[in-house]
Design a protein around this ligand. Structure first.
Ligand code: ADP
Ligand code: MG
Ligand code: MG
Length: 250
């Protein structure tokens, strides 16, 4: 599904390398987790994959189902099935949440050569998905993320994912700032979307999310590279002993 080879990324504005030869392969239908200390480049990886400005790829490649996505515009990457749930979801004043979601949905339909969905059909779809995530009708009408609590913003990210049904979902610290109940809702929402045709990259600083979204593979990232790969036990080891031993190995 996702194949990243020797990815080197620096900031556009300064000569600061952030990703330094990152290799990562996520198979179709699998959930991979990336853990790692603050500042290791986890968010940068997700930003670069989604096509955010400000970063320059100096070497390496990233392919989604064999297609080089680093050459694509952000909206083309989304149409190709890539989705990023942000660590800090943005507020969009003046744009209703429901309108935003329906516009995104229909843009994706169009990019895939499929017909637009009617307002009535969309309402049915979104009500069903929102109910599963305990998002109330009021939150659907309000401007995107405006005045939402941290937990509501994160649930709204999962709602977007449930509506858009991407193939490759990247969740950047979706658990940060969530209480246990909100985290469980988010995890349940993700688990419902697990599918043989869909892959996940779950970036998290703490192990607790991985009790609820049990990954197939766990990677440790440090200083711009993946330094260790293992099974779910690796996350438990980090929880117990911290990152130090992996950083020394690296
Ligand atoms: P993580 O998500 O693992 O905590 P980040 O990708 O946010 O790591 O950051 C990696 C490193 O790159 C950090 O040292 C951070 O300060 C730096 N960095 C990332 N983006 C910028 C930026 N736009 N300007 C300056 N430094 C940045
Ligand atoms: Mg950070
Ligand atoms: Mg981060």
């Amino acid at each position: 599904m996702l194949d990243i080879k020797n990815l080197h990324v620096k900031l556009e504005e300064e000569d600061k390398a952030i990703l330094k030869g990152l290799d990562l392969k996520v198979e179709t239908g699998k959930v991979h987790a990336i853990m790692g200390p603050n500042g290791s480049g986890k968010s940068t990886l997700s930003y670069v994959l989604s096509g955010r400005d400000g970063y320059e790829v100096t070497d390496g490649s990233a392919q989604l189902e064999g297609e080089d996505i680093l050459e694509l515009e952000p909206e083309e990457r989304a149409a190709a099935g890539l989705f990023l749930a942000f660590q800090y979801p943005v507020e969009i004043p003046g744009v209703g949440n429901m309108t935003f979601l329906r516009t995104a949905y229909n843009a994706q339909q169009k990019a895939r050569g499929k017909p637009e969905i009617s307002a009535a059909e969309f309402l049915k779809l979104i009500r069903e998905k929102a109910a599963e995530l305990q998002i109330d009708a009021d939150m659907l009408k309000r401007p995107v993320n405006m005045g939402f609590s941290g937990g509501e913003k994160k649930r709204n990210e999962i709602l977007q994912m449930a509506v858009l049904q991407p193939k490759m979902c990247i969740l950047d610290e979706t658990d940060s700032g969530l209480d246990v109940d909100a985290m469980r809702l988010v995890a349940d929402g993700v688990n419902k979307l697990r599918d043989a045709g869909r892959s996940f990259l779950v970036i998290t600083h703490y192990q607790r999310l991985l009790d609820h979204i049990v990954p197939d593979v766990v990677h440790i990232m440090s200083n711009g590279r993946i330094v260790k790969t293992g099974g779910p036990d690796l996350a438990l080891e980090v929880e117990k002993n911290g990152y130090a031993e992996f950083l020394e190995d690296a």
